[in-house]
Design a protein around this ligand. Structure first.
Ligand code: BG6
Length: 301
């Protein structure tokens, strides 16, 4: 669909329009009574979300690269249908292919409370089928309002069960990593991926002072990112997710990535609602699996 056709079919006057951004990518830009947001059609990748009168909730790297087939650094990359390395074929892309392929817009609408709804379906091609032969149409639905709600919906329309790994790999914007504590995972077991992988248990709130790369398992808890610098907390509610990944690459790893900037890691933390490691999901024929998150901003108590 051309840009003009997209705008004609799915644009909503004053609230939603499609524009070309860097690298020839197309993005939906939303602005309504509650918030603004932008979403690239490649990867159905939400890049920004900002409630009106608030700071950005989502971090997008100043050095993000926008190019066909490349994941954007920041925002909400969709890791699907596997998380991290593929379990059987190391040559396949880390975190799956959903974040780097085209998604088509399925529906847009204004909701009665003034929020804006947009949904996308992943466009399957020979290249995606070569990596993942299962019949598993996947949709993502986003509601941009006072809060940000995202639903990642996987159907199994085939005859075989399949094992699904997934994450909404959200980069949250924070004032400074030294001013931040993540609550909600106290007492939870995690796989520590920094250095030799090890299983550990989280004692207190999470404070980040060096590279952190952890998969917290068997947790359905809300997380709260307390940000003393911005005097706010971001609450992460989730359903259909049994793992939470916490990641900050710190200086050395970020430098190697080339799209973070030397100080970029100070202003972000990834808290990813996931089904990963021991929590991958078996989706039986005819079943639908939903991973849902709601992000909201609260004053810091
Ligand atoms: C996190 C992983 O979810 O994503 C990390 O736990 C990884 O190990 C990070 O480095 C970023 O991945 P990528 O592929 O976007 O650079």
């Amino acid at each position: 669909m051309t840009l003009a056709e997209l705008n004609q079919r799915f644009g909503i006057s004053n609230h939603l329009n499609f524009t070309e951004i860097a690298g020839g990518l197309i993005a939906a830009k939303i602005h309504n009574a509650h918030a603004s947001a932008s979403i690239a059609l490649q990867g159905a990748h939400l890049m920004t979300y900002q409630p009106n009168g608030e700071e950005h909730v989502i971090w997008l790297s100043k050095y993000a690269k926008f190019a066909e087939g490349k994941s954007i650094r920041g925002g909400v990359p969709i890791c699907w249908p596997w998380f991290g390395a593929n379990a059987t074929n190391a040559k396949l892309p880390g975190h799956g292919y959903a974040r780097t392929v085209m998604w088509q817009v399925l529906e847009t609408k204004d909701l009665p409370d003034g929020a804006t709804f947009i949904s996308f379906g992943l466009v399957e091609t020979d290249a995606t089928r070569a990596q993942w032969p299962n019949q598993s149409p996947v949709k993502i639905e986003m509601t941009i309002g006072k809060t940000l709600r995202i639903e990642l919906i996987t159907h199994n329309t085939g005859k075989q069960a399949f094992v699904l790994g997934e994450a909404l790999h959200t980069y949250f914007h924070i004032s400074d990593v030294a001013q931040m504590t993540i609550r909600g995972l106290e007492g939870c077991g995690y796989l520590d991926k920094v250095g030799e992988p090890a299983s550990r248990t989280q004692k207190d709130g999470i404070v980040i002072e060096s590279e952190v790369d952890r998969i917290y398992v068997n947790t359905t808890a809300d997380c709260i990112i307390e940000d003393r610098g911005l005097k706010r907390a971001i609450r992460i509610r989730k359903q259909g997710s049994n793992s939470t990944v916490v990641w900050n690459p710190w200086t050395e790893k970020a430098d190697k990535m080339g799209d973070f900037g030397h100080e970029g890691h100070r202003g972000m933390v990834c808290v990813e609602s996931a089904n990963a490691a021991d929590n991958v999901i078996m989706v039986e024929p005819g079943e639908t699996h939903k991973l849902v998150v709601v992000y909201s901003v609260e004053a810091l108590k």
